[in-house]
Ligand binder design. Structure first.
Ligand SMILES: [Zn+2]
Ligand SMILES: [Zn+2]
Ligand SMILES: [Zn+2]
Length: 178
């Protein structure tokens, strides 16, 4: 089976964050020889209660709602551990800030509108043509979950068209952030 076919077989599983996945994480971390503490469990609980994406500072706030004694260093160290075992992934917003995918769901990229700031998930099947071309032409395995494409959403692109912004200007405002 080709790599492309394997990638295709993995698509369509954008959000598979079953509660069981979260419950199994402490054991996975202990098995890899790392410590799991009550403070870290607070971070996991806050992530499990989050839908979509959350920034580090957003997560600190969510943790403090559960346990006011939570420190940012605990949150960031726990995020590092969770990312190291592949339980979570991050991408970047327009300002470069890390945004964490809440849920062990990884198969999507991000479309971020630089005009209105709206964010959409780019499903793996929609990104397959681009990822396959990078693999074929460059031998490059792109990280879909880390991919953010800035540009204009459909609403803002339509608005720009009617206000006379040229397609070249609109293209100029877009960029890739692999
Ligand atoms: Zn990054
Ligand atoms: Zn995401
Ligand atoms: Zn927009």
């Amino acid at each position: 089976m080709s790599r492309g076919a394997t990638a295709a077989a993995r698509t369509g599983s954008a959000h598979r964050a079953a509660p069981a996945d979260w419950a199994a994480i402490p054991e996975r971390i202990r098995r890899s020889g790392l410590r799991w503490t009550a403070r870290r469990q607070v971070v996991l609980d806050a992530l499990a209660a989050t839908r979509g994406h959350i920034t580090g500072s957003g997560l600190v706030a969510a943790c403090r709602a559960i346990d006011p004694a939570t420190t940012p260093s605990t949150v960031y160290r726990t995020l590092d551990v969770l990312e190291a075992i592949g339980a979570i992934a991050h991408s970047h917003g327009l300002d470069g800030r890390e945004e964490f995918h809440a849920g062990p769901a990884r198969d999507h990229g991000h479309l971020i509108c630089s005009a209105c700031g709206s964010e959409q998930e780019l499903a793996a099947p929609d990104a397959a043509v681009l990822l396959d071309a990078l693999r074929r032409e460059h031998g490059f395995e792109a990280s879909l979950e880390h991919l953010s494409i800035s540009g204009r959403c459909a609403v803002c692109a339509a608005g720009a068209e009617s206000s006379g912004t040229s397609a070249a200007e609109a293209a100029d405002a877009s960029g890739l952030q692999p």
